[in-house]
Design a binder for this molecule. Structure first.
Ligand SMILES: *Cc1c(COP(=O)(O)O)cnc(C)c1O
Length: 436
């Protein structure tokens, strides 16, 4: 059964379970089968290009879907966690992900974070020379660190189509800027002076990077590793962490994440990566989850202003912050359902789909041709499985919606599993200082 059909069944299951109410006119849904399919596609893509026995650890960038049951699910599919804060590490550990399947990458790790990661045996990539100096104190003296330690580099290849997502620009805040004067020599020296430093890491950007640019970043990382190992006279760098960042097609249901295309391009661009001499780590986020999720919201009112029909719904900036604030970079598809959960048909009318927040820009679609919406209808914001409901924006004290996993097959209604309870009003008040 295809994804849009499963989605329709999930919408009806949400209504049948009475999950959309006046208190909770908004819910988020995740197609568990689509998550599994994406995980399977990722494993298969790299299995096709790697050497027999070559170690590969796929991790999920927790910021793309920071929900404990989702991390547990992915871990069950053989995908660990990439974490970038103490909170994300706590989520990964709460999900039961083993320390040797976790990678820590934040650019602003505190001394306590570094100590914890080193003692737990969590792999860690230092971001900058000062962090490396802190690691000297932890790893250079005393017992050898329990987990592998690496260094993030920025190959400074330039950005993609979205500035805020481009981490390989000349002035990016991430990693050691490799093309700056003296930087390459400094990195080589940093490794030769630190026998315990065994990994190189790069992540050149998210959404909007061309696959070719991503592969070029991996190639630059590989070439540097070869150079360092040559200078060391041994295979000091034994693992390359190639980051994530695979773009997602937000325009249709058809295109799954191009894991296979990317893996094949990597094999062409960096053949030495796959001869078995290096272990590999990947850190995909959006491409594993985006297509699997959608947000479902009730249309509360409809109106017209300046000749423009407007649907006032309950899904806005609180669950779609990037789409609302940077609509040109993050357009999403909206599907219309009637109050019984049937896909809505009828002539297309250009209309705005607005959220509940009290600022004028709170729109998830502008001038969008859709069947004319009426109060009680539902809108589904598609491809929002990553970085949307799991990354809420606190505005107007709107509660976090419930998140439900769904499984649907030909035999009957979709089965829903709670992945996050809707936030209660008491919890909300406490979050806003009510308990102080
Ligand atoms: C955000 C991030 C990722 C994941 O990026 P996606 O575009 O979601 O695949 C991976 N690694 C690092 C270091 C990141 O910051």
């Amino acid at each position: 059964m295809v994804l849009p059909t499963r989605r329709d069944l999930a919408v009806r299951a949400v209504l049948a379970r009475g999950l959309l109410t006046d208190d909770q006119p908004l819910a988020a849904l995740l197609d568990l089968r689509a998550v599994q399919d994406a995980a399977t596609a990722l494993h298969a893509a790299f299995a096709e290009v790697t050497a027999p026995g070559q170690p590969v650890l796929h991790t999920f960038a927790v910021k793309a879907g920071s929900l404990v049951p989702v991390l547990r699910l992915l871990d069950g599919f053989g995908i660990g966690c990439e974490v970038a804060s103490p909170g994300e590490l706590a989520l990964a550990r709460a999900a039961g992900v083993a320390p040797d399947r976790i990678v820590l990458d934040s650019p602003a790790k505190t001394p306590a974070e570094l100590r914890e990661a080193v003692s737990l045996g969590i792999a860690l990539n230092a971001d900058n020379p000062q962090e490396l100096t802190r690691l000297d104190a932890l790893a250079g003296s005393g017992p050898p660190p329990a987990g592998p330690l690496g260094l993030r580099i920025n190959p400074q290849l330039g950005g993609g189509t979205i500035d805020a997502m481009s981490t390989a620009t000349a002035t990016s805040k991430f990693g050691v800027a490799l093309r700056d004067p003296g930087a390459r020599d400094w990195v080589r020296r940093a490794f030769l002076d630190r026998p315990w430093l065994t990994r190189l890491h790069c992540h050149v950007g998210s959404q909007g990077m061309a696959l070719g640019a991503m592969a070029a970043g991996v190639r630059a990382t590989y070439e540097l590793a070869e150079e360092i190992n040559e200078a060391a006279g041994r295979r000091q760098i034994d693992t390359l962490d190639i980051g994530g960042g695979l773009p997602v097609d937000f325009t249709s249901d058809d295109n799954g994440p191009p894991f296979r295309e990317y893996a094949r391009l990597l094999r062409e661009t960096v053949p030495g990566l796959f001869d078995g001499r290096y272990g590999l780590v990947t850190e995909f986020g959006r491409s594993l989850l985006a297509k699997a999720g959608f947000i479902l919201a009730r249309v509360e009112y409809t109106k017209s202003a300046g000749g423009r029909p407007i649907a006032l719904t309950h899904a806005g900036a609180q669950v779609a912050v990037r789409t609302v604030f940077v609509p040109e970079s993050w357009p999403i598809r909206v599907a219309a359902y009637d109050a019984e959960g049937r896909p809505k048909s009828g002539p297309l009318v250009r209309q705005d789909v607005a959220g509940p927040c009290c600022f004028a820009g709170d729109l998830v679609a502008r001038d969008r041709p859709l069947p004319e919406l009426s109060p009680g209808d539902l809108v589904a914001l598609l491809d929002t499985g990553a970085y949307y409901f799991s990354t809420p924006f606190g505005y107007n004290a709107l509660p976090r919606p419930g998140v439900y996993g769904y499984a649907a097959d030909d035999d009957g209604p979709a089965v829903l599993t709670t992945l996050r309870r809707p936030q209660t009003m008491d919890e909300l008040v406490a979050e806003y200082g009510g308990d102080c």
